[in-house]
Ligand binder design. Structure first.
Ligand code: ADP
Ligand code: MG
Length: 257
């Protein structure tokens, strides 16, 4: 079953075609990587898909529904979650509170009640707490739950963002360079987690520069250059595609990571 489809998706910033007529078709349960040089439009696509930007042109179908132009919080309700290239946490809030902040789109309680546990709806509160603890355990941060987010080392902050996204119980998870800034051990941990997430039936759309990670876990890879899709295929097909090597894989910076 197709979980996400884009038709001629475009985003122009003035004269710049940041995303240019991109067609995507992602199957439920797939790990899809979106790769390409810096500035090729990867983050812009995630911003359109998650409702942060309105597309200039084109259409997005999620689980068969036209979601073009829907607001981010609505898309979270529909089952889409994301992380950001630049970490977006509330540094002064605890690890646990940061996860709970992500959950409020899924509940009737307001944000403040959720964070401080004031909601009158006991059952809902319990579910929020249990889910938050479950995802923290999943990423290995349960013992850090009462520490302020800012006190975590960088790699753990990235895992916290992942936990926060997972706490919304998504069907589709959009990840923007989750391995950026991680050391090799942390990248391995991430690799394992992504496989486990997929094994739970969650579909992944992964923007990433770490080619070891990308080639190791992706079912299919879509390649962008100057906003346009230039190739799509299995990791093996992409690694052997001359146009992709010319535009991206042959470049020094990629080979070094
Ligand atoms: P990538 O994530 O692949 O590195 P981006 O999607 O961030 O690339 O950017 C694609 C292009 O769009 C770049 O040229 C970038 O400078 C431009 N761009 C992105 N966001 C904006 C914006 N809000 N306003 C103007 N230009 C933007
Ligand atoms: Mg980017």
């Amino acid at each position: 079953m197709e979980i996400l489809k884009t038709i001629q998706l475009s985003k122009h910033f003035g004269g710049l075609k940041a995303v240019d007529k991109v067609d995507l078709s992602i199957q439920k349960g797939e790990i899809r990587a979106l790769i390409g040089p810096n500035g090729s439009g990867k983050t812009t696509i995630l911003n359109i898909l998650s409702g942060i930007y309105q597309p200039t042109e084109g259409k997005i179908l999620f689980k068969g529904m036209d979601i073009t132009g829907k607001k981010p919080h609505i898309l979270v309700e529909y089952g889409m979650a994301r992380t950001f290239q630049n970490i977006r946490l509330f540094p002064e809030l605890t690890v646990l509170q940061n996860v709970k902040v992500g959950q409020h789109c899924r509940t009737k309680s307001d944000l403040v009640s959720i964070i401080f546990g004031l909601s009158g709806a006991r059952k809902e509160e319990r579910h929020i707490e249990e889910k938050a603890m479950q995802v923290l355990e999943f990423v290995g941060l349960q013992d850090k739950r009462n520490r302020p987010a800012k006190s975590l080392p960088y790699g753990q902050q990235r895992l916290l963002e992942l936990a926060r996204a997972l706490a919304t119980e998504p069907e589709l998870l959009l990840l923007d360079e989750p391995a950026a800034g991680l050391n090799p051990h942390e990248t391995e941990v991430l690799d394992d987690l992504l496989i486990k997430i997929r094994n739970q039936g969650i579909t992944l759309l992964l923007v990433e520069h770490d080619m070891n990670l990308v080639m190791g876990i992706s079912d299919y890879i879509t390649v962008l250059n100057f906003g346009a899709k230039i190739a799509q295929g299995t990791p093996e097909e992409i690694q052997n595609n001359p146009e992709v090597i010319e535009a991206y894989l042959g470049k020094e910076e990629v080979l070094q990571t």
